[in-house]
Ligand binder design. Structure first.
Ligand code: VGL
Ligand code: ZN
Length: 204
């Protein structure tokens, strides 16, 4: 069985949000178009406490874009974003949330970030998503969302490592692109790990 995995389609990653992804809102209609074609749809939410270690504001003297060592894991610092229960953490209002069967909230531990929907960035804590898919008999995943070069990439690399068949919808993703080319490099890494990358029009 094939499941759809929607990554972080939240207000703060939209062009009007706290950690804006250019054209991030353009992927919401792609998600809505895909949902009806899957019997299982999972959506992730970046879900940080106010004092999260990935926030530049948690590190005196630091600014967003700096890199720090966060308890042994390299961490890019971000503006405060996706704070638990705040409007920025909500799904984009145009997302058809009625079509979502299960929500995974990640990044809740202030001491470690979680780009991937499966594991924290130190690969120690499991979100339970792999077991959830296994229980439901989902062996193949179609993945899209925000941002290509962070949470989508980490999710796809973990899914490949866990043995899922993975297809990434390229036009269903947009990147932060701290460095020009990060988006293309992320897609290349996903393909090297075994993921297929295709446009929405080629899936349908
Ligand atoms: C993300 C940076 C920080 C993402 C989340 O969803 O890609 N990026 N937190
Ligand atoms: Zn985050």
């Amino acid at each position: 069985m094939r499941a759809l995995l929607l990554v972080d389609l939240q207000n703060d990653f939209m062009p009007f949000g706290a950690l804006p992804v250019a054209e991030g809102d353009a992927v919401v209609p792609v998600a809505n178009a895909l949902m009806g074609r899957f019997s299982l749809v999972v959506a992730t939410q970046d879900w940080h406490p106010v004092d999260h270690g990935s926030f530049a504001s948690s590190h005196p003297g630091a600014t967003a874009g700096d890199t720090v060592d966060l308890f042994g894991v390299e961490q890019v610092l971000w503006p405060d974003h996706c704070v638990q229960g705040m409007p920025g953490a909500s799904f984009h209002s145009a997302l058809d949330v009625g079509g979502v069967d299960h929500v995974i909230r990640k990044g809740t531990d202030p001491a470690v970030d979680s780009y991937s929907a499966f594991f924290d960035n130190d690969h120690r804590k499991d979100t339970g998503l792999a077991a959830f898919f296994e229980e439901r008999g989902a062996e193949d995943l179609v993945v899209m969302g925000l941002a290509t070069d962070y949470c989508v990439k980490a999710t796809v690399l973990d899914a490949c490592g866990l043995g899922f068949g993975v297809t990434v919808i390229t036009d269903g993703c947009r990147a932060v692109e701290l460095q020009e080319g990060d988006s293309e490099r992320a897609f290349a890494q996903m393909r090297s790990a075994g993921a297929h990358t295709i446009a929405l029009a080629d899936l349908i």
